[in-house]
Ligand binder design. Structure first.
Ligand code: SF4
Length: 431
């Protein structure tokens, strides 16, 4: 049996290293001009991509380069130059692409490069999959809007074609790449990698003039299209407004067995702009779930603890079992809900003589508080009884912006270690 690949986003070198340490088989990354992460992207040039590829290959893992924008004319010549430069500097394992023109040029100029068809290409049927297979693509990243049953049909119709499915992370309220909400509201083009996530904003329908206090709708209100009399769409809001289009995050960790049985060979996580802590926890959960799957064991609900330890908008299995209906939208809240933990810092080293962790704080750390160290294979409780600032002075607390601090700990916990603090958690997680 082929072991499904776990494919994790790498927003920068550090996130890539943690992804591999916590169990990724492959990562995807891209440089801003041609991937859909123009901002919050740590890979700025060809040299950094080459460094990432070299690092991954030393570990026997893979790197796929995302070049999945739908390109305007002005970017086309630069694309060929970019591919040439990257291929001269390193050998990525594949290119993730969506634009048919750029794919044609890739096939003409670099026929030996492997191409994975991006989710932006919205492949939802076997004919589309066959089309891309005939063009020379080795893998299709299937659209998020199809069911496992539909994936199976594509699998059976396209032998020899690798199929990849998103299993975790944020989803668009539109088909990926087919949305202009951000363009209209902020003049930032989601198809050029600068989406403002405007679909997740909190919208208010109120009777108010500029400068007046906000007055929420008091009665029931409905939208009605003029040609469809009686088809009423309720508009609801509370004193905070409404999140009409705020899709819950995809979480298909309980469906990995079904996806594998349907012929999916790669499980992909979304989130190049997420924190290194998010990457580590989600990777660890899916690594464990895949390892169980390979051993023939049923899904272990304990793996959900790592998923619930990350910030999310609530979870849904999306379209995997058919239309999810309104349960796939989180109407009452937006970002960062449900996490039971706060990412507190990155362990940057261990002083063997003083027996202290050197920690780069990302949030405040206080004496007397209980924390946890998250390692690739386990969590370790850590009660901070003493704390030292970057000059070695004993302090009772440090803020998140300090360069370094030091925390006594009996032994070196290893290279890839994150610090977190338990906080109160919301009760609802799944639709
Ligand atoms: S605005 Fe929302 S639906 Fe549109 S591209 Fe951005 S994240 Fe996706």
């Amino acid at each position: 049996m082929r072991i499904p690949e776990l494919l994790i986003p790498a927003g920068d070198m550090e996130k890539m290293r943690y992804a591999f340490a916590f169990g990724a088989d492959a990562v995807y990354l891209g440089i801003p001009r041609f991937s859909l992460r123009a901002r919050e992207n740590g890979f700025k040039d060809v040299a950094q991509v080459a460094e990432a590829v070299a690092y991954a290959h030393r570990l026997g893992r893979k790197v796929y380069v995302t070049a999945n924008i739908l390109s305007h004319n002005s970017k086309v010549p630069g694309f060929i130059r970019l591919v040439k430069d990257i291929c001269s500097a390193c050998k990525p394992d594949a290119w993730i692409m969506a634009d048919p023109g750029l794919i044609m040029l890739m096939r003409e100029h670099f026929p030996s490069e492997a191409i994975h068809i991006s989710v932006q290409s919205n492949v939802i049927n076997y004919a589309s999959a066959k089309f891309w297979q005939n063009i020379g693509a080795s893998r299709i990243i299937l659209s998020r809007e199809i069911s496992i049953a539909e994936m199976k049909v594509i699998r059976d119709a396209c032998p020899g074609l690798e199929l990849e499915s998103f299993v975790h992370g944020a989803v668009c309220i539109a088909y990926s790449g087919r949305c202009l909400i951000s363009n209209y509201l902020t003049h930032r083009d989601s198809n050029q990698g600068v989406c403002t996530n405007s679909c997740r904003w909190q919208y208010k329908v109120a009777k108010t003039k500029h400068g007046d206090d906000y007055v929420p709708l008091k009665d029931e209100f409905y939208l009605e299209e003029s040609e469809r009399k009686g088809m009423l769409f309720p508009i609801e809001e509370d004193e905070h407004g409404a999140y009409l289009m705020n899709a819950k995050d995809l979480c298909a960790i309980r469906c990995l067995g079904e996806l594998q049985a349907a012929g999916i060979g790669a499980f992909k996580v979304e989130g190049r702009s997420k924190t290194v802590y998010y990457i580590a926890m989600v990777t660890r959960a899916y690594r464990r779930a895949i390892d169980d799957l390979v051993k023939g064991q049923p899904f272990n609900e304990e793996h959900m603890s790592d998923i619930f330890a990350t910030s999310a908008r609530g979870f849904t299995e999306g379209f995997l079992h058919g239309d999810p209906g309104p349960g796939a939208v989180e109407y009452s809240n937006s970002n960062s809900a449900y996490s039971g933990y706060r990412f507190t810092g990155i362990v940057r080293g261990y002083d063997q003589i003083k027996k202290m962790l050197k920690v780069e704080p990302r949030n405040p750390i206080k004496c007397g508080q209980a924390y946890e160290l998250c390692l690739p294979d386990r969590n370790v409780a850590l009660e901070v009884k003493e704390l030292f600032d970057d000059k070695g002075h004993s302090v009772s607390a440090i803020h998140g912006g300090l360069h370094f601090c030091y925390i006594p700990f009996p032994q070196d916990p290893g290279e890839f270690v994150l610090l977190r603090e338990q906080i109160l958690r919301s009760s609802s997680h799944t639709s």
